[in-house]
Ligand binder design. Structure first.
Ligand code: HEC
Ligand code: HEC
Ligand code: HEC
Ligand code: HEC
Ligand code: HEC
Length: 317
């Protein structure tokens, strides 16, 4: 197709032979990159550090900007293993637009954002007008207080062909390539992130049944909350149940407890039923806690007993 593609292909093939075992995706990305005439320094070396270094990213972005948009789309930072090591700063070299994105002032049918109010907008924790999704999850005052979501918490890859966080093809041995929890198959619908492993963690239903509670939280809380103890969740979760929670890098463990003590159950309920976009709830790990009962409830039988390795904090201090 292009004059230099035979040469580029040769170089790339040699590299693939060396690294194919460790890099299941290389054999899919590289031929496409060479076909479109892409020769990126990172791809040739497949050296993760070289691919994700902010200086190197800036240099590649400048080179791509001249004439090779396709090369930028196929930049190796969008693929594993590099994406796992990429800093937010590296992604933002090319994607700073997500920091200035704004929702429309009105829907296409003409309904103004200022004339609608969602339940979660009435909470004490909600600040400001409706804002872009990325801003709400990374920059809003409440987001900054309780969580720490990096780009690759949600974006596990971006393959422009599959439009999937994981390429859905098989590896050289014909095995399905996956790095999800418990060997789950790679997500195949054309979404940019896997909602079951991201959104659902904070936007599932209130898991009342597993708590032996019947009814809705807004009814239950009336009997559990007083002016002195305005957070009904803590009547059970301060000392008695599942007290070793949130041992993950993407949440601010201590700040969540501080906010929960200072405020109402809206703080906890917000991530555990209050902004539920789904009918199920996330199957949370059941981290052993002091004085944990020894009999295992049925629903807990298949639960992991600690956070995913990807996010796990070093053993509690
Ligand atoms: C060298 C520049 C560059 C870097 C660095 C980069 N990207 Fe991209 N990315 C692009 C380009 C160009 C596209 C294609 C955009 C389009 O077609 O709208 C793209 C597409 C995407 C898309 C799909 C957007 C869409 O609308 O289809 C996502 C998601 C994405 N990148 C996430 C990331 C993440 C996360 C990182 C950091 C790990 C990252 N990118 C780093 C240049 C880059
Ligand atoms: C809480 C999860 C989450 C985090 C954290 C996150 N994203 Fe996204 N991102 C999404 C979702 C969901 C979409 C929309 C996907 C779709 O339309 O299918 C998206 C879309 C995008 C797009 C496509 C353009 C757009 O605005 O729709 C780009 C580029 C992107 N993200 C880059 C980033 C970068 C860079 C970071 C880190 C600074 C980041 N994202 C952090 C979930 C996230
Ligand atoms: C780690 C927890 C967490 C994850 C993961 C998460 N969210 Fe959220 N989400 C929140 C919190 C907290 C807020 C409220 C932020 C605020 O009030 O400023 C929120 C707010 C929202 C809102 C309301 C936005 C607005 O401007 O009014 C939407 C919609 C949303 N999330 C969708 C999603 C989707 C879709 C995903 C997955 C791609 C996702 N969230 C992943 C915690 C999370
Ligand atoms: C009456 C006591 C009680 C109250 C009040 C209560 N919980 Fe629970 N909660 C429990 C018990 C019991 C469990 C299950 C313990 C176990 O693992 O054996 C539990 C489990 C959970 C789980 C883990 C569920 C799972 O599937 O792994 C979450 C999340 C949770 N509670 C959040 C909350 C939030 C948020 C509130 C307030 C809105 C709240 N709880 C109020 C008793 C309570
Ligand atoms: C910003 C969102 C957010 C807030 C606020 C929040 N949680 Fe969670 N919670 C999560 C996520 C995400 C997990 C899963 C963490 C993991 O995988 O270990 C979780 C896990 C849990 C678990 C299961 C823990 C385990 O390992 O056994 C319990 C119980 C729980 N939360 C209760 C609460 C209570 C009580 C509060 C208020 C004090 C609260 N949560 C506030 C997002 C939140």
């Amino acid at each position: 197709m292009r004059g230099n593609s035979a040469v580029a292909g040769g170089v790339v093939l040699a590299v693939i032979t060396m690294v194919a075992g460790a890099l299941p995706f290389a054999n899919q990305v590289e031929p496409i990159m060479s076909a479109i005439g892409v020769r990126s320094a990172g791809a040739e070396t497949q050296d993760v550090k070289a691919i994700v270094s902010v200086e190197a990213v800036k240099a590649r972005a400048a080179a791509y900007a001249k004439d090779n948009y396709d090369a930028a789309r196929w930049d190796p930072i969008h693929f594993k293993p590099a994406i796992d090591a990429a800093s937010d700063q590296a992604c933002l070299v090319c994607h700073n637009e997500i920091n200035s994105a704004k929702p429309r002032d009105a829907s296409l049918a003409g309904v103004k954002t200022t004339s609608t109010l969602a339940w979660y907008q009435t909470l004490d924790t909600y600040a400001g007008a409706q804002s872009d999704f990325h801003w709400r999850h990374r920059e809003s005052p409440f987001a900054k207080q309780v969580m720490n979501l990096s780009c690759n918490f949600c974006h596990q890859g971006n393959d422009p062909r599959e439009e999937s966080p994981h390429v859905t093809a098989t590896d050289a041995k014909g095995a399905v390539v996956t790095s999800w929890n418990n060997g789950n198959p790679p997500f195949t619908l054309r979404k940019m992130v896997n909602p079951s492993e991201t959104c659902l963690r904070c936007h599932g239903q209130f898991p009342a049944e597993n708590m032996g509670l019947a009814g809705k939280w807004h009814e239950l809380r009336a009997d559990l909350e007083t002016a002195d103890a305005p957070n009904g969740c803590l009547s059970c979760h301060a000392e008695t149940f599942r007290t070793a929670r949130h041992q993950v890098t993407y949440l601010k463990t201590k700040e969540i407890e501080d906010a929960a003590k200072a405020g109402s159950s809206d703080t906890c309920y917000g991530c555990h039923g209050g902004r539920a976009w789904y009918r199920n709830s996330y199957p949370y790990p059941r981290t052993p806690w002091p004085d944990m009962p020894t009999d295992m409830p049925d629903w807990a039988k298949d639960r992991p007993t600690s956070a995913d390795a990807r996010f796990k904090l070093p053993a509690a201090k």
